[in-house]
Design a protein around this ligand. Structure first.
Ligand SMILES: Cc1ncc(C[n+]2csc(CCOP(=O)(O)OP(=O)(O)O)c2C)c(N)n1
Ligand SMILES: [Mg+2]
Length: 396
């Protein structure tokens, strides 16, 4: 396996000046690490050792285990390709999921087809699990469409940039599912930073009071752009749920097996009328917030390196190798598939046609609207003015 992101991150880091590097003492870091582990649901240690948890058991077939590995490798490859495409001017922006593959693939593979997902802007791994073609995600970041996919085709809502807003959408949707008498569940993804938003508190209240079948999946990647989690909360995030009247659990977000087991259990609770649950996936954003950000300005290398040792893909691979579940031929096959995906994505992005400039006025109202018609006419006249100017310049 190539851990492309690691090399990429190193190369972005080298050469840039950090202004506020903080040093952590090794003893303190070790104690903090232990305290962290004590609170986590973990089924696969960072060293790739399988452990049991009294509340969350999981028994996966070799094919399922290999499938999780393949999902994570391909998602990482796609993500790295997208970052490169942005650097080459093919995308306007990219929000990398590097480091969060286990949280996303584990939770994504826990879902049933009829469940409904409300993502943020970073859930490329969940999109993968839902069967959304990766090139569709890139269309939006290239600016050639306004969303990129039909949410109802895959029960995967459009990416939401307004921090925390989708937790309300998810809650409302879940209340609808409940009224329909369906046994589907809804999952809302959000970040540690989003947990400070009023929208999230409101959705916690509503979902608790109405016992809505929704799972709140918080990827605590330790940072909200340049703000650390300490600036969002004085208690571990998962404990917030208690005050609202539903359970919260912290799972090792770099352990794909634990993320799968915990999310499955949370979805099952929701399905069986036991109401919402908060899952805090304790993970790390290995890359920049987006391609517009430079994390070397505000966080220490030591921290990032410590998380590199907890890499989600490496630990599963170590386990699979130790159990004899993969061999060189299998790994080479995944490598080939991953290269082919990168190539396909690159070619597809470059071939994307520029959008019809009038498309922005479509799909605003189901039956049209006088104001939109007026704006459309104004914009058409404005565009035509360029054609007139070009024609006049040619005549002269
Ligand atoms: C309502 C709102 N406020 C501010 C922003 C700007 N903004 C974009 S991303 C972000 C940080 C989000 O952090 P977090 O919730 O931890 O998610 P992460 O990016 O780490 O996945 C902010 C403040 C926004 N998009 N929407
Ligand atoms: Mg965050």
């Amino acid at each position: 396996m190539t851990v492309e992101g690691t090399a990429q991150r190193k190369s972005t880091r080298s050469g840039s000046k950090r202004t506020t590097a903080k040093k952590a003492s090794p003893a303190k870091a070790k104690a903090a690490d232990q305290a962290e582990r004590d609170q986590l649901v973990q089924l696969l240690t960072p060293e790739g050792k399988r452990v049991e948890h009294p509340d969350y058991a999981i028994d996966l077939s070799p094919d399922e285990l290999r499938g999780l590995y393949r999902d994570m490798v391909l998602t990482r490859k796609f993500d790295a390709e997208a970052t490169t495409l942005q650097r080459q001017g093919e995308l306007g922006l990219w929000a990398s999921l590097l480091g969060q593959e286990a949280a996303q693939i584990g939770s994504g593979r826990a879902l049933r087809d009829d469940d409904y997902v409300f993502p943020t802007y970073r859930e490329h791994g969940v999109a993968w699990c839902r069967g959304v073609d990766p090139t569709n995600l890139l269309g939006m970041f290239r600016g050639v469409n306004h969303g990129g996919w039909d949410p109802n085709s895959n029960n995967f809502h459009l990416y939401t940039i307004v921090i925390g807003a989708q937790t309300l959408h998810a809650t409302g949707y879940a209340m609808g599912v409940q009224k329909d008498g369906a046994d589907s569940a809804v999952i809302a993804y959000f970040g540690d930073g989003a947990s400070s938003q009023g929208d999230v508190a409101e959705s916690f209240t509503f979902s608790a009071v109405y016992n809505a079948p929704v799972v709140f999946f918080c990827q605590n990647n330790q940072w909200a752009i340049s703000e650390p989690t300490e600036k969002q909360t004085r208690v571990p995030l998962y404990q917030r749920a208690r005050g609202f009247g539903f359970p919260g659990v912290r799972v090792d977000g770099n352990d794909v097996l634990a993320c799968l087991a915990v999310t499955k259990a949370a979805l099952e609770r929701a399905r069986t009328g036991q109401g919402p649950m908060l899952v805090e996936a304790f993970t790390y954003r290995m890359g920049a917030h987006t391609t517009s950000d430079d994390p070397t300005k505000y966080r220490a290398d030591e921290e990032t390196l410590a998380w590199e040792a907890k890499d989600p893909i490496l630990r599963l691979r170590t386990y699979l190798e130790a159990e004899g579940l993969v061999d060189d031929a299998y790994l080479a096959g995944i490598e080939e598939e991953s290269d082919a995906l990168g190539k396909r994505v690159r070619e597809a992005v470059r071939a994307m046609p520029d959008p019809d400039t009038m498309a922005i006025f479509e799909n605003v109202y189901a039956d049209g609207h006088a104001l939109v018609d007026e704006e459309r006419a104004q914009f058409a006249a404005y565009q035509a003015s360029f054609a007139d100017a070009d024609a006049a310049a040619e005549e002269n």
